[in-house]
Design a protein around this ligand. Structure first.
Ligand SMILES: [Ca+2]
Length: 402
């Protein structure tokens, strides 16, 4: 996965301001204006509606459009947006935990951990199907796998391995309590653990971020395996890079006031971008935007202007054991053009040849963990739950519950 970010700094090491502004927000707006001009030139009239759809960096661009250019789109679909610094810090902390002496796990040991988590939490959503629907409510402790006298080594974990697994499940807080890094979701081990164990300091993902860090004024030799990464978080956040890149402005009053709709979604087994910051942003955005609109006497219904969907068992934008294939464009068209905000979306199995980054980099996830049939995605804060009877491969057997 080549990710060349060398443009982020000039030859003398200073930040490339124009480049950062273009990457941060301006390019997607220019692209939008150009696209509209092309459509008008070809068809002889403006398009009746404009929609944006993207995931990951594209998801961040969707938020950029809603926040900075509220006139550009009527509907925006933003998937797993890389809109905060939590992804970089979380990845560094998780990678570091697995780099500790004796911390790496074999494939057999990863399966052991996954089975332990599933034994404890899989059935909490009404169905033992290999997916923990809400990992944040699962507190399974890998300490139960610690090797005891007389146990065969491959059926248990050493103390350094238990420490590492506990660490990668854990959030990391700043002294003042703010969460800076998020742990991996329990249940996601088969995809996330191998990926992070293969992650080394010299991979593109780290050199890519290192260039941004340099552009943010962080010394180039920053050791991403040290605690410095937490302090760097603040430096980066307030740098030109942070100001141009971060897309966390919670005031969407201008966008909703002109009728704009925002569909946010994220896989709950995402190995790159932790879902929690998006949930926090969504809730804060609702509060702030309602206050802003109330102050102007606006009648715009914020709850009907934005919806968040968390997809259980889904990795980064696609893949994983969960259901990630849904027609987001049909949903947003129905919302914008017919006035129907979505509360439940049917998702199918992903297209056969689409694989996650973890699968592509390492190896295929075993066929038995591939999703079958259909499942509902539910508008936050609700999540799907099996009713206890009916076809487990049919979305109609599941209800959305809080
Ligand atoms: Ca389950």
């Amino acid at each position: 996965m080549p990710w060349d970010t060398s443009w982020a700094k000039n030859e003398d090491g200073t930040a490339n301001a124009i480049g950062l502004i273009d990457f941060g927000f301006h390019a997607v707006h220019i692209m939008t204006k150009s696209g509209k001009a092309l459509i008008k030139a070809y068809y002889g009239k403006q398009a009746s509606h404009a929609y944006f759809q993207g995931c990951s960096q594209g998801g961040r661009q969707g938020l950029v459009e809603a926040q900075r250019y509220p006139q550009d789109y009527d509907g925006i679909i933003s998937g797993a947006p890389a809109f905060t610094d939590h992804s970089r810090v979380s990845m560094a902390m998780i990678g570091r935990a697995f780099l500790a002496p004796g911390a790496a796990l074999s494939e057999q040991e990863i399966r052991l951990v996954n089975q332990g988590a599933l034994r404890s939490c899989d059935a909490a959503d009404g169905l033992k199907d290999g997916i923990i629907t809400n990992p944040s409510s699962c507190n399974w402790d890998p300490g139960e796998l610690l090797c005891r006298a007389g146990m065969e080594n491959r059926n248990c974990l050493t103390q350094p391995q238990v420490d590492a697994v506990r660490s990668v499940y854990s959030d990391k807080n700043a002294p003042m309590g703010e969460t800076l890094a998020y742990g991996l979701p329990r249940g996601s081990e088969l995809a996330t653990f191998p990926w992070y164990m293969a992650l080394k300091q010299d991979t593109q993902i780290f050199t890519g971020y290192a260039n941004f860090a340099a552009a943010a004024g962080i010394p180039e030799n920053t050791d991403f395996s040290s605690n410095d990464v937490l302090a760097d978080h603040y430096l980066q956040k307030n740098s030109l890079f942070g100001v141009t890149y971060l897309a966390d402005n919670p005031d969407l009053a201008p966008y909703f006031s002109r009728g704009g709709k925002l569909l946010l979604w994220q896989g709950m087994y995402d190995l790159l971008i932790p879902p929690r910051p998006l949930v926090d942003y969504f809730e804060k955005m609702l509060r702030v935007t309602k206050t802003e609109l109330a102050a102007t006497g606006s009648k715009v219904d914020v709850d009907d202007s934005a919806r968040l969907f968390l997809a259980p068992g889904v990795s980064h934008c696609m893949g994983g054991p969960g259901h990630s294939d849904f027609d987001a464009l049909a949903v947003i068209e129905d919302w914008v053009e017919q006035g129907n905000p979505p509360s439940r979306i049917e998702a199918g199995q992903p297209m056969p040849r689409m694989v996650t980054m973890a699968e592509a980099l390492l190896k295929e996830i075993p066929a038995e963990t591939r999703p079958q049939g259909s499942r509902p995605l539910c508008a936050w804060p609700r999540l799907p739950r099996y009713q206890g009877n009916g076809d487990t491969n049919d979305a109609r057997s599941f209800t959305c519950v809080e």
